[in-house]
Design a protein. Sequence first.
Length: 410
Amino acid sequence: MEYGYIKEGKVFRNAFLDFPEREIGVVKENEEATMQYFIEKFESLTKEIEEVKEKVETQTNKGSYLMKVSNLKEGLSELDALGDFVAAHDTLTKIEQELNQYIVDNRHKNLQIKTALLEELKTVAKSHEWKSATAAIKEIQQKWIKTGAVDSEHKERIEGEFKELTNSFFERKTEFYAEIEKMMQEKEADYLSFLEKAAKTLNDADASQIRNIQKQLVEEWKGLGKIKPEKHSEFWGKLQVLFKKSGAMARKSQQNKKASAEENEKLKRQMLDKLKALGEQLAPEVNLNQVRKEWKSIGFTPKEVNNELNESFMHLTGIISDKIFLNQLLEKKARKGMSDVDRGKLRIKLLYDLLNRDISELQTFELNVEKFNTAKGLDQLLDQKLEQQKRKVEIKRELLKQLKSAQNEG
């Protein structure tokens, strides 16, 4: 046979290249079957070489196959098989050379990429914009890790520079925030001093000046500088306690100067008369927030009329609020040049839509209200919410009657 022979019951492989002839096995069943066995072993090798060759040609991580190719090539001389070892050796040598060249080229390319990343890092690492610079450096680090190795002659230098730059940046960042922490602690001492001064100032102040003094203290507070949010909230809470205490004392001292409950009732009824007149207008113009502040500022009224007054106030402001909102909605929906009659019809249609929405919300709330876990204090909240929903529906129904009546009269 071309690649080996049998002698005295032993199988020998012929010499090839610099590798001498060697015994690879013995005849077991018969010479033909034995020779076929060793031929098939070489065919398995050939198939493995072809598979590696195909992967090298098609895969992106070609360099990872170099060890496989080298091991196959080194194992040829010790392989117990019969076949064209010279061709196999030539094929593996060619693949090995291609992979070595690929690795050389790839490492040169990696060197170029890492050099560019290093230049980018040099610029970013000088920045004092810590948040954005940290994000940029972490992104560069990820790109650096994903980039493969460079030649050993460059590795120590370029990796060393990269490590030095990143370490230097994060050391500076740590030092900066340590200094900030120190400054914050000093600022906290300023806040404590401010609170002590504020307490003394408020205690010594005349009741009539409390509100002005509080405003001045808030302005001073704004200029104290930044501290940690949690400490800022803590100190602000303490200041509010001082304000509340001083405000309560001021109100108590001024109680004798306030109008009597009967006079407060008179003022509130006067406001209700004005609101009733406004509520009869189709498009009332009034600042309801200011109205509510004025109502609240009037003070206490006799207990027997308090609920009546508040209910009337909420009812009238509810009508006015709905009319204002309805007018705003009408201006958005009305076509340019629409007649007064058509605007009136559209106004009623929009109100119908709002009323139906409120009715639907009320029905949903009534269906679900019994499902709530009636923990302590929750019943009252649910009742208040239910009354609010009912009031919204009642007000819109009343408003709808007004609009229909006005339309019929027109």
